[in-house]
Design a protein around this ligand. Structure first.
Ligand SMILES: NC(=O)c1ccc[n+]([C@@H]2O[C@H](COP(=O)([O-])OP(=O)(O)OC[C@H]3O[C@@H](n4cnc5c(N)ncnc54)[C@H](O)[C@@H]3O)[C@@H](O)[C@H]2O)c1
Ligand SMILES: N[C@@H](CCO)C(=O)O
Ligand code: NA
Length: 427
């Protein structure tokens, strides 16, 4: 089994190492020896693992993927192009592909799946979501006989690390981000992580698999964590909540799905609240299976390479047996509903005038928009008076209209934090 590796960065270098160190075991498990046929890199002269044979390196990825000797291509370059072009070229030449590229899969997974089907090859991508954690294969295979109703979890390690540091040390967002960068969790340009793009791509992939429908990153409602302040974290803490960046894919009562990524307050007793540092955790809820929790390392070279190697073994077994792995399943074709129709609970902090009638006026605005209040609490006096409102479940559109109206209210000096509350199954 000849393997071409595209990209030799954080993940690729670990894939090359594991392929070398575990060659005998993998060969025994598959029933055929593996051989690294070539490694496409951008620059030959970079310092690399001395155990990696320099003769394998090439800057001509295009020639490597079409090499007639190559059976399987592993793409760990990242980004949409040239990764997409290289994958399509490999498939056109009858090669199966293993990739960790969530950005590409979430933007145009359909094109990759189409090419795989047309050419009778496999496309595996366990590493693309939640790194080492087996999550896509359970959705695609183990739960194929059930009806998944919801997937909710923490799928970005960098942002979880930042929020965890803010919560446990009182650090500001900027300081926590710098720490995450120093530890190598966040990218030099951390936009994809902190603005939620990375988590949104993962949510799109999860929703597509969970609900047998086509979901792209453009369908995902996305909010990042850059506006979260130390005060928000402290307010959450005071109410028994912790703030997490959540990816939520839910089948609604009608015939659609909602897919969203945003920060949310969850009770400190919720299992996701205990997910610390850069770890990931995902709950999958299915009609018959009930609630399943998947937890582990969602990022990092070796953990991600573990998922890549697992896929490589699957591809090799299929090839030897003369069969193909599961193809794309989008038969349900459920529409993705706009965020405005999503029902959520919310936390709203209002700076208000401290005088009689204010609470009544504020409550009236919520009532006018049919947003039901669960709790309201005043903090501070005089110029520091704050009303902290937590609502029952309402549509996101109704909540947004309520907030717009509150901003114009004389009794309200300013609308502070508005954040969704998740993880409590009360109405
Ligand atoms: N790092 C993680 O923890 C992690 C986890 C899960 C998934 N992923 C995914 O894995 C992929 C790789 O991530 P990474 O962290 O290893 O990134 P990286 O930037 O460390 O590595 C990518 C490598 O590809 C090389 N490259 C770029 N264009 C190339 C080309 N045309 N030909 C050959 N080489 C080229 C770059 O020089 C770089 O060394 C991405 O899709 C990423 O989203 C990463
Ligand atoms: N940047 C990503 C890598 C894993 O996909 C994270 O922090 O989770
Ligand atoms: Na995974």
């Amino acid at each position: 089994m000849k393997v071409a590796l595209l990209g030799c960065g954080v993940v690729g270098s670990q894939v090359a190492r594991l392929l070398r160190e575990q060659a005998d075991d993998i060969a025994a498990r598959v029933g055929a020896p593996f051989e690294l046929a070539g490694v496409a890199v951008r620059r030959i002269d970079r310092p690399r693992d001395p155990a990696l044979d320099p003769a394998l390196l090439t800057t001509d990825a295009g020639a490597l993927v079409t090499d007639p000797d190559v059976d399987v291509v592993i793409e760990v370059i990242g980004g949409v192009e040239p990764a997409k072009k290289l994958i399509l070229e490999a498939m056109a030449k009858g090669k199966s592909v293993v990739t960790a590229n969530k950005a590409l899969l979430a933007q145009d997974g359909a094109a990759l799946h189409r090419a795989a089907r047309r050419n009778g090859v496999d496309l595996y991508y366990e590493a693309s979501v939640a790194g080492a954690i087996p999550l896509l294969r359970p959705l695609r295979e183990s739960l194929a006989g059930d009806r998944v109703t919801r997937v909710i979890g923490i799928v970005n390690g960098t942002t979880n690390y930042i929020l965890d540091r803010m919560d446990s040390t009182g650090a500001s967002f900027d300081d926590a981000l710098q720490e995450a960068q120093a530890l190598g969790y966040a990218e030099a340009d951390p936009t994809a992580d902190v603005e939620g793009f990375d988590a949104a791509a993962k949510a799109a992939i999860l929703a597509g698999l969970a609900f047998h429908s086509r979901v792209t990153s453009a369908d995902v409602h996305r909010e990042g964590i850059t506006r979260i302040t130390a005060a928000d974290i402290a307010n959450a803490r005071a109410m028994g909540y912790v703030i997490k960046l959540l990816a939520i894919c839910a089948r609604d009562d009608g015939h659609g799905v909602g897919v969203r990524v945003h920060p949310a307050m969850i009770p400190r007793t919720h299992p996701l609240a205990g997910v610390r540092e850069a770890y990931n955790a995902v709950f999958v809820e299915a009609r018959s299976a009930g609630r399943l929790m998947f937890y582990g390392a969602g990022a990092g070279g070796a953990p991600t390479a573990s998922a890549v190697l697992g896929d490589l073994v699957a591809v090799a077994r299929n090839r030897l047996a003369g069969v193909s792995g599961p193809s794309e399943s989008v038969y349900a074709a459920l529409p993705v509903h706009p965020m405005g129709e999503t029902m959520t609970r919310s936390y709203i902090a209002l700076e208000v005038l401290d005088k009689s009638g204010v609470l009544a006026r504020v409550a009236e605005v919520f009532a006018e928009h049919d947003v039901s209040i669960q709790t309201v609490r005043q903090e501070g006096r005089g110029d520091d008076a704050q009303l902290i409102v937590v609502t029952h479940r309402s549509s996101d559109a109704a909540l947004a209209a309520t907030v717009r109206r509150l901003r114009r209210l004389d009794a309200v000096r300013a609308v502070g934090t508005v954040m969704r509350v998740e993880g409590e199954d009360t109405a």
